[in-house]
Design a protein around this ligand. Structure first.
Ligand code: NAD
Length: 500
């Protein structure tokens, strides 16, 4: 396989039908990291045709579930075998630190293991009690068919795994299209699937841009399901493109996630230190390019000054540099576009009256921070309010905004005042308040006295414009299954509805 043969269709690696290529850039210095095939609509069509054939007449959908699970476990082993290589690929491609890359490899390994176990123990079927001895009624689950899987640039490997593992476990075939900005770990994952013995045509990969490749997959009449993770604007286009063919649609979109801190969480020095530390982690891990980033700190007024001062002090000390270098805590943003977007949002907040407590600029170049890299300093914006764009819109950069409240009702109202609803946290030392507030938050994941953990066993997804459907957990497997009711009459006789 040459460097630009990154399209995998029907078991064959090849370049784009048009011969087009794309340079993948290193966000730490804007140099060329790799050259990949720039697929087009015809490559998408070929991949869908292969997946369709493999579903309609290939062995995979009819392979016993135990054998499908066994293949998933082999993939999990291969992921661990290649852990360091994959972590490095992910770190160089996305800019995240090597350690974050390792965590991603471990998490995606867990997802393959989890769905391998789940699909065996839960075939989803059930016998329905009809109350009649003459009827046998069962509900069974079957694969949906050909799945188009479209992933973003912030967690390319993880998002690919969250979709591929349940899709394969359920017996589907797929075409995956990774982000054109960060396709490299998905290419590696595809190689591992081939090495694990996935039959030709079951898993197909087309590298290329959202338009035309992703758009073609979303609209394609031979695709049965499109599972998309990405931004709201692209997600709505995917939904509209999918509508004429009435395919199943799963969307994991953005978030504007509240991190609500009550003063009673910080009653002790230890509590204060933990809440500040986790607020920092919530907002700045992977330079804030996380769909569930706790980018809105909503803090009880009397605690604000002390908390924000300490937060800003620690934000200033975050070590920025090339993600592969030891000691670096935050890498660059993924692209020049993401950097420009972050700068524009910070400028808009300052124009609207926010107060800058840390960051607010590109850091000086030096060390492992070349001037050409897309670095931006972790930024804390105080004195923010609900009308500001930085409060309402997803920035996807290292920017933390601060709002304050005086009552529990006000805290909940602020936290829910978003068109999104992906995730949020509440920090409090009062257990009944924790339960009350968690119950009132309109978000798909709520953390109490923690931020960011997710589990393969628990569904992940959003309320509101954060999406449709769930990944992970039993619900994540169910996304990739059709439900069929089989009703068998053991004593058929005429119904005489019509006199005849
Ligand atoms: P994006 O929407 O620009 O791109 C996502 C993917 O969609 C890419 O593969 C892209 O090529 C493709 N795409 C773009 N336009 C398309 C179209 N018209 N039709 C089909 N496909 C198209 O998003 P991004 O900038 O890569 O990722 C960042 C976004 O992803 C953020 O909004 C973030 O919140 C979201 N995200 C959400 C989750 C979640 O679990 N909810 C996880 C990670 C990222």
């Amino acid at each position: 396989m040459s460097e630009a043969e990154t399209i995998h269709v029907d078991g064959v690696w090849r370049g784009a039908a048009s011969g087009a290529r794309r340079e993948v850039l290193d966000p730490a210095d804007a140099g060329t990291l790799a050259v990949v095939a720039e697929g087009g609509a015809d490559d998408a069509d070929a991949a869908v045709a292969a997946a369709r054939r493999a579903f309609d007449s290939g062995p995979w959908p009819r392979t016993p579930v135990g054998e499908r699970a066994a293949l998933l476990r082999v993939v999990a082993d291969l992921l661990q075998r290649d852990r360091e290589t994959l972590a490095l690929v992910e770190s160089r491609d996305t800019g995240k630190t090597l350690e974050e890359g390792r965590v991603d490899v471990d998490d995606v390994t867990d997802a393959f293991q989890y769905f391998a176990g789940l699909v065996v123990e839960d075939d989803g079927g059930r016998v329905v009690d009809t109350g009649s001895a003459d009827v046998r009624s069962t509900v069974v689950h079957e694969p949906v068919g050909v799945c188009a899987l479209i992933t973003p640039w912030n967690y390319p490997l993880l998002q690919a795994g969250w979709k591929i593992a349940p899709a394969l476990a359920a017996g589907n075939t797929f075409v995956i299209k990774p982000s054109e900005i960060t396709p490299l770990s998905t290419v590696h994952l595809m190689r591992l699937l081939v090495e694990a013995g996935l039959p030709a045509g079951v898993g197909n990969l087309v590298t290329g841009a959202g338009e035309p490749v992703g758009a073609r997959l979303a609209a394609h009449p031979a695709v049965d399901l499109v599972s998309f993770t990405g931004g709201l604007a692209s997600g709505t286009k995917v939904m509209a493109a999918a509508a004429p063919s009435v395919k199943k649609v799963a969307l994991e979109l953005g978030g504007k996630n509240p991190n609500v801190v009550f003063a009673d969480a910080c009653a002790t020095e230890e509590g204060f230190d933990t809440a500040v530390d986790q607020a920092l982690n919530a907002a700045f891990i992977h330079s804030g390019q996380v769909c569930s980033a706790g980018s809105r700190l909503i803090i009880e007024e009397p605690l604000r000054e002390r908390f924000v001062a300490e937060l800003a002090r620690r934000a200033d000390r975050i070590r920025l540099g090339r993600g592969t270098e030891p000691g670096v805590e935050c890498g660059p943003l993924v692209s020049a576009q993401q950097l420009a977007r972050t700068e524009a949002y910070v400028a808009s907040a300052l124009a609207e009256g926010a107060s800058l407590r840390s960051g607010g600029a590109r850091p000086a170049p030096g060390g492992t921070r070349p001037a050409t890299g897309y670095f931006y300093a972790p930024t804390v914006l105080d004195c923010c309010h609900r009308q500001m764009r930085v409060i309402r819109e997803e920035i996807f950069g290292p920017v933390l905004t601060v709002e304050t409240f005086r009552t529990e009702d006000e805290a909940v109202a602020l936290a829910n005042d978003t068109e999104y609803g992906l995730a949020g946290a509440v920090w409090t030392g009062d257990a009944s308040r924790a339960r009350r507030v968690a119950g009132r938050l309109r978000h798909g994941t709520v953390w109490i006295n923690d931020y960011h953990p997710y589990l393969p066993q628990a569904e992940w997804g959003g309320f509101g414009k954060s999406g449709i459907g769930r990944e992970l957990g039993p619900g994540g497997l169910q996304e990739y299954r059709e439900t069929k009711h089989v009703y068998r009459n053991l004593a058929p006789r005429p119904v005489r509805w019509f006199a005849g």
